[in-house]
Design a protein around this ligand. Structure first.
Ligand code: 5GP
Length: 112
């Protein structure tokens, strides 16, 4: 089992977050340091440290995270203009919190 992170505390509502979506499997909330006008993090409630630690049994969970990113982009009014979904993996990929999460951001023109 991987180590607890700040995201476990957000899931347990031990520290506050601006939650935009929740169900039994996942949670989505606003990033505390947004890189765009809309910047949400979509996380599984199940603790998985990195994408490298995901198993075939997590396939539906990962798909659910992706489809929720699209749904939340639509609700935020940025789906048609466009947005970005990104998962950083390990230190070299820019991952800082070791509990997998999708970044969904948009609301401005994204470079590259
Ligand atoms: P990573 O670099 O691991 O892909 O992204 C971690 C993200 O989590 C960063 O964008 C950072 O701003 C966000 N973050 C870290 N701690 C907190 C927190 O306590 N609350 C919220 N809402 N976001 C956080």
């Amino acid at each position: 089992m991987s180590e607890e992170t700040i995201f476990d505390k957000i899931i347990a509502k031990q520290i506050p977050a601006d939650i935009v979506y929740e169900d039994e499997q996942i949670l989505a909330f606003k990033d505390i340091a947004p890189k765009a006008p809309v910047h949400y993090l979509i996380i599984p409630k199940k603790r998985i440290a990195t994408l490298n630690d995901a198993n075939p049994e997590d396939q539906a969970l990962l798909g659910h995270m992706m489809l929720t990113a699209s749904k939340l982009a639509t609700e935020a009014g940025i789906a048609e203009d466009g947005y970005r979904v990104q998962m950083n993996v390990n230190k070299g990929g820019g991952q800082v919190v070791f509990h997998i999460h999708l970044h969904m951001f948009g609301g401005r023109q994204l470079a590259e």
